[in-house]
Every structure is written in structure tokens, then in C-alpha cells.
Design a protein. Structure first.
Length: 117
């Protein structure tokens, strides 16, 4: 059973918006950080945004355009992406980090976001 399942990736025009959602399995406990990363072919996976201890950090490239939020009722981690640019094109991955004796690093399968110029 997948622990993280992303959805919401799509093809959108420059300036458009998308909302990505990551369903987090309730079996995951001791979470200390949750966020989104992205990757394009031939490049390393890069951090987009992460929340931990009540603080949310954004990569400079997405500041002011992307918003991370957590829905504790639905148990999802959502990424609202506005004013999208072609350079935002990538596969987006949800990530959850846990601490404690069973410290783990969970990844989703990824969802493709393509921004056309």
C-alpha cells in the first residue's frame, strides 16, 4: 500500500494555476517535516517547499507564487501553484520525514506538471 499518493499534475499554460495534493497514509507517524520536491530529466531533485515545526520554507524560485498547506482532516499536503512558468515544468514529488526509532523518508510516485509557453 502506497504511503504517499500525489495527484493534480497536468498541462497548463504560462500564468496558469494548478493545485497538487498528496494523500498521506494515516499509518505514518512521528512526522517532523513535510514538503514537495521536483525533478527534471538530467538534473537532481530539488526542494520546492517544506514545513517543519510550524515554519514553511520556499525555494527562491517559487516564493510568492506557491503556497503549501496541510489539511489535517483529509490528511493531505497540498501545493497551490499560481503564476506558473515554463521553468516550473517537472515531476513533483511529495516527501514526508519521520523521526524516532523508525526514522524514515517517504516519497510519492510523482506527478507531472508541464507548463507550456
Amino acid at each position: 500500500q502506497a504511503q504517499l499518493v500525489e495527484s493534480g499534475g497536468d498541462l497548463v499554460q504560462t500564468g496558469g494555476s494548478l493545485r497538487l495534493s498528496c494523500a498521506v497514509s494515516k499509518s505514518i507517524s512521528d512526522i517532523y517535516a513535510m514538503g514537495w520536491y521536483r525533478q527534471v530529466p538530467g538534473k537532481e531533485r530539488e526542494l520546492v517547499t517544506v514545513m517543519s515545526a510550524g515554519i514553511t520554507h520556499y525555494a527562491d524560485s517559487v516564493k510568492g507564487r506557491f503556497t503549501l498547506s496541510r489539511d489535517n482532516v483529509a490528511n493531505t499536503l497540498d501545493l497551490q501553484m499560481d503564476h506558473l512558468l515554463p521553468e516550473d515544468t517537472a515531476v513533483y514529488y511529495c516527501n514526508v520525514k519521520t523521526h524516532g526509532l523508525r526514522a524514515s523518508d517517504y516519497w510519492g510516485q510523482g506527478t507531472q506538471v508541464t507548463v507550456s509557453s
